[in-house]
Ligand binder design. Sequence first.
Ligand SMILES: [Zn+2]
Length: 139
Amino acid sequence: MSESSSAASRDQGDNRTCYCELIANHFTATTPLNGGRRFYKCRHYETNGCHFWEWRDEELPPHVSMFIHKQKLSLNALRQERNNLRKMVDDMVGGKAADVNNVSLEEKVSNLEQKLKRWKRLATWSWILFAIFVAGRMM
Ligand SMILES: [Zn+2]
């Protein structure tokens, strides 16, 4: 027997069967009084008139629930701030800046090599013309 199947059968023991003979879904409360506390609820709770609903975890001390709730609120605020900053960066980097970043290093090196070749050719021709000029003066 594999580890995953034994884990599944252990989970089976944690399941609850609701009044309509279905395995109830698991949820985690997010309210200030029960933040993080897990519970079972029938998947047809709202529609089928099966009002199976049961706590899975023991009641948490109020200060712990409130702490979890506050942590969740500040996590949401941080996520919102992160998304806003991400959007600002996308707006700033968008357009031309993004294109510059897409130019590969090989392309940049190749462009610089082309420029260097042009300068070397120009320098060589300058020396040849200078030599011809000086030789013409000496004759
Ligand atoms: Zn049910």
